[in-house]
Design a protein around this ligand. Structure first.
Ligand code: ZN
Length: 265
């Protein structure tokens, strides 16, 4: 009989260290955002407190007059840490490109959830179903800031435990569509999700395109607010939670790279 147990003294192979460790550490995330902001010409403000934690809003102080306007948000679901980590990583790696854009960034909309690895906030609410009304003070403040400017592009970053790879929602009618190129850019890190049905929508090669009307969902996700506000292109980007954190982060970074390249080309 053989034993699979290592012999005493045998060398144990250790896994490679994580490139994107500490993804649930909110204070570390804030420190990194505050450090990178001046290098990109971003103003930083605390626009609200959520469950005792500051919510950051960053925006370009001065950008070229014809700069494309871009909206970014992440971390509305706290158990989706590749979203918050990737957004920050992209800005850290792309300060020069970021300076050429007119940016509005919400780096983490649910810090309590991020710290506790929960989808909801501390009251058990899914914030991403609260954008059809303004009765929640945090959502009301967020909505006011969102509506202050038009956007050529909105990228909203998420993850999904049921996903088999990378997928996205492309809900704006702008053509040519960009979804295929964004999914292709993500594919060295995560395969496209092969499901033909994702939640209640039909999907093909990781892309969900659906027409949004006021009846599509009565409880609006954040993306609907951007859509009804008239953002030219709105993408919700999703990575599969059960893949390695580094692959998920790099897939999101690649998605942002691809979308920004298409925008400024
Ligand atoms: Zn989510």
């Amino acid at each position: 009989m053989t034993s699979s147990r290592s012999k005493p003294g045998a060398k144990i192979e250790r896994p490679a260290p994580l490139l994107h460790a500490h993804s649930h550490d909110y204070s570390r995330l804030l420190k990194r955002w505050r450090a990178v902001a001046p290098t990109v010409g971003l103003a930083v403000e605390v626009f609200a407190k959520a469950d005792g934690h500051p919510l950051l809003h960053l925006y370009s102080k001065k950008s070229p007059p014809d700069a494309p306007s871009v909206y970014f948000s992440a971390g509305i679901h706290g158990d989706e840490p590749a979203s918050t980590e990737a957004l920050l990583t992209w800005v850290e790696r792309n300060s020069e490109i970021a300076r050429r854009l007119k940016l509005r960034i919400f780096p983490c909309l649910n810090p309590w959830g991020l710290i506790h690895n929960k989808r909801s906030n501390a009251d058990g609410l899914d914030l991403n179903r609260c954008y059809h009304h303004s009765s929640m003070p945090i959502v009301a403040k967020h909505r006011r800031l969102v509506l202050q400017s038009p956007y050529d592009l909105a990228l909203i970053l998420h993850e999904d435990y049921d996903a088999l790879g990378a997928y996205l929602y492309e809900t704006s009618p702008a053509k040519p569509h960009w979804g295929e190129q964004i999914i292709a850019a993500m594919s060295p890190h995560l395969p496209p999700d092969s499901r033909r049905r994702i939640d209640t929508s039909r999907a093909k090669d990781g892309i969900i395109r659906r027409k949004i009307t006021s009846e599509t969902m009565l409880e609006w996700p954040e993306a609907f607010l951007l859509h009804f506000h008239g953002a030219t292109r709105v993408f919700t980007i999703e990575t599969a939670s059960e893949f390695h954190i580094d692959s998920r982060v790099e897939a999101h970074v690649a998605a942002i790279d691809a979308a920004i390249a298409l925008l400024i080309d």
